[in-house]
Write a protein that binds this ligand. Structure first.
Ligand code: MG
Length: 389
């Protein structure tokens, strides 16, 4: 089996969107408020689809959500020529070849996201070529089914957040994650707004369910130091990305304070995670398979994290993450983005692909017989996309 072609397409959503609340989630650009450059509403409505076809007619599907048009160019110009004509079963070599040939510019960010999309498509191919789901190639079934946490609860009016939390409880979720809407620019009054919302969600879900808290890098070290003691009484399972991804020592300091810190969705490769683990930066690793180097890199990080006894909970829903979670004893759960109208952009993959499992009472399961990752391109919403070839 040889790789014959690599096709990339950017799916740009042109259909209806829902506008989120003004303070729906803090982000890294909020720190620029002194110059008036806070980012405001951070949303993205494009997604990259990468299809790899073999000489015997199989097609593997990978995808990427980060800067899709740049990633498309990186794949078309640099990655595709490196894998065409090769045997996809030589995936470890192909990964190294893409990594080392693009190392000068590609180690992190766009380059590694391009490698990730190609690698995910290759793994989908491997599963299809032997008629097995990908998780069977990665280690098989380590759990009967995967516990998932509902991940939305954007910062909003308290009534609406409480109603949303109640909906997840009613649907059987034992875990959920909420976003903070206020950061350093909003002062002490903003701190109180954040705390009121954590209190309000706890009021609905009680203390026998897990609550995760998300900052999306919208705080700074000083603000996080002040917030953590105020949040401890709400017993969060973790506090996610309190500071920007490059401030690893900041993570390590906060992780020693009293609430487990999580992060890693903006970190790359085995080496990046070795650095995080070496200094105790996080209590939970959340690589994004779409960016970290695909399934080939994620498998290595899973092993490294297991040796450090730091659990891995991949960032985002999506099939590549579910297969890795199913196959690793060190992945206790998966994130799940509830299906809803197009808003932030997280939910776009539901409109592009078919095959993502529905949660049932807080768990999802994967088919033992569906080959590959189990995804196919959907035709249902094609009219709502502009497709850039
Ligand atoms: Mg996150």
């Amino acid at each position: 089996m040889k790789i014959k072609s690599v096709r990339t397409r950017v799916f740009r959503w042109t259909g209806e969107t829902v506008a989120p609340q003004a303070n729906f989630c803090t982000n890294a650009a909020d720190a620029l408020y002194i110059r008036g450059d806070a980012m405001g509403s951070f949303r993205f409505h494009e997604w990259l689809v990468c299809e790899i076809e073999t000489d015997d007619g199989l097609v593997g599907i990978g995808n990427a959500a980060l800067a899709p048009r740049l990633v498309k160019n990186a794949i078309d110009l640099y990655m595709a020529p490196l894998v065409i004509g090769e045997d996809p079963w030589d995936y470890a070599h192909l990964w190294e070849k893409m990594y080392r040939r693009t190392l000068a510019w590609g180690r992190k960010g766009i380059g590694m996201t391009a490698i990730s999309a190609v690698d995910i498509a290759i793994w989908d191919l491997l599963g299809k070529s032997v008629g097995q789901p990908v998780f069977k190639l990665l280690g098989g079934r380590t759990k009967e089914k995967i516990p998932v946490y509902a991940s939305k609860l954007y910062s909003d009016d308290i009534d609406r957040m409480q109603a949303e939390a109640q909906r997840y409880v009613d649907q059987g979720f034992e875990m959920m994650k909420m976003r903070f809407g206020w950061g350093p620019k909003d002062g002490t009054a903003g701190m109180r707004e954040n705390i009121r919302r954590v209190e309000a969600v706890r009021e609905v879900i009680g203390y026998d369910r897990d609550l995760m808290l998300e900052c999306y890098m919208g705080w700074n070290l000083d603000y996080a130091r002040r917030m953590i003691p105020k949040l401890e009484r709400f017993e969060p399972r973790w506090l996610e990305e309190p500071v920007i991804a490059d401030d690893m020592h900041g993570y390590a300091e906060l992780n020693a304070m009293g609430i487990p810190i999580s992060g890693g969705e903006h970190e790359f490769t085995l080496f990046g995670f070795r650095q995080m683990l070496d200094i105790g930066a996080v209590s939970y690793i959340q690589y994004d398979t779409n960016r970290v180097g695909g399934i080939t890199a994620a498998q290595k990080i899973n092993a490294l994290a297991e040796a450090c006894q730091v659990p891995v909970v991949p960032h985002a829903g999506q099939m590549h993450n579910y297969h890795l979670t199913m196959a690793s004893p060190n992945c206790p759960m998966s994130e799940f983005f509830p299906v809803h109208d197009v808003e932030i952009g997280n939910e776009l993959f539901y409109y592009i692909f078919e095959g993502d499992p529905e949660p049932d009472n807080g768990f999802i399961d994967l088919s033992d017989s569906e080959p590959g990752l189990g995804l196919s391109l959907s035709r249902r919403h094609l009219d709502d996309f502009e497709i850039l070839e």
